[in-house]
Design a protein. Sequence first.
Length: 294
Amino acid sequence: MSYSSSPYAPRARRDAVNRVLRGETRVAVARSVGVHPSTIGKWMCKRTALHLDGRECIPTLPSIAHTHPNQLQPEVVAAIIHERERSGRCAELVWYELRDQGIAVSLSSVKRTLRRHGLTRIQSKWKRYRPPVPRPEPDTPGALVQMDTIHFMRPDMTRFYVFTLIDLYSRAVYAEYAPRCTQQASLEVVARAQDYLGIPFAIVQTDNGGEFAEAFRAQLSMWGIVVRHTRLQRPNDNAHIERFNRTIQDECLSPFVDEQTVPGKVAWYLIYYNWHRRHLGIHGKLPGQMLPWR
């Protein structure tokens, strides 16, 4: 019997070995099973080595070699696992960090190592594939900017807000605390964001919230900025800023954050995100490196 991954093979080996142990000859059992007599002997040796009894099946062991001359060194594997646990980022960004540290390893090896150690998420086979929808191509800084608002609840059930903005070319971001969510506050955020990032905006894409209504559109039009709204109930149209909203809440602002500490935390996080946090969308570079005045 050749190497097989059949789920019935372990049971067939057990039954053949049991027949030999009950008194039948190896030649007779091998002829009825369809294998060489020496194969029966190997199964009996495997049964003894694994300390199996007559009720346990003899498993199919993998045919791959246990070692390989080109396998990763233990210190490289340890560096991959350490970087993953330290940053919690994806395999590509782990690979960029290791490359900067002078560790020569391929991206496929990083992915394989993380998968073998259970450090990756397994995608569901039922997940549906949806082809990407074309959108305006941001080929220069400020060509397309997405803007949104994060709502936070105070203990007295009132709300305060954090306006967020991302430039799709450089992935540089800007965020600002606001006690009220008004069109005037939105305009002021856009003006300060241009000064902070040092780039003029051509198109600002927002959802259909009240803080981005007609007065907001009219004032930005006077500044030479076009306002582009997303489709109703289609948050994926603003996918980049929605993802940043989740990132800043995961890494900086919890749902129960103290309102008094929000401005300072946001100011610190903008420096970290733009100048110390690599971004996969720009091939592992820092967003600040993509700005023209860097």
